[in-house]
Design a protein. Structure first.
Length: 114
């Protein structure tokens, strides 16, 4: 299973970015898809997750601003990030679970600045 994340970059405060993560290889039996982030000097934290059934959950810090979605036909998970804040600056990683094993993407940098 391979994950390829894209869509990071520089955004202004209050701006938007959309991240995408395409899963390739063994794409059968994919379970939860999730986005994590890690800021400098901090632990990696869960941002949002979506189950195979479409249920979602979000970190309190991003509720109402970020939206996670998945396109099962394209084996892709998205993270729409609106109303960005400087504290959203981090490397964002996608993760997928399959048959009890977690797979991670390479990370994409998101920088929010004025």
């Amino acid at each position: 299973v391979q994950l390829q994340a894209s869509g990071g970059g520089l955004a202004q405060i209050g701006g938007s970015l959309r991240l995408a993560c395409e899963v390739s290889g063994r794409t059968d039996n994919l379970n939860a898809l999730a986005w994590y982030r890690q800021a400098p000097g901090k632990q990696r934290e869960l941002v949002a997750a979506v189950t195979s059934g479409g249920s979602t959950n979000y970190a309190d810090a991003v509720k109402g601003r970020f939206t996670i979605s998945r396109d099962s036909a394209k084996n892709t998970v998205y993270l729409q990030m609106n109303s960005l804040k400087p504290e959203d600056t981090a490397v964002y990683y996608c993760r997928v679970s399959r048959t009890g094993i977690d797979y991670w993407g390479q990370g994409t940098q998101v920088t929010v600045s004025s």
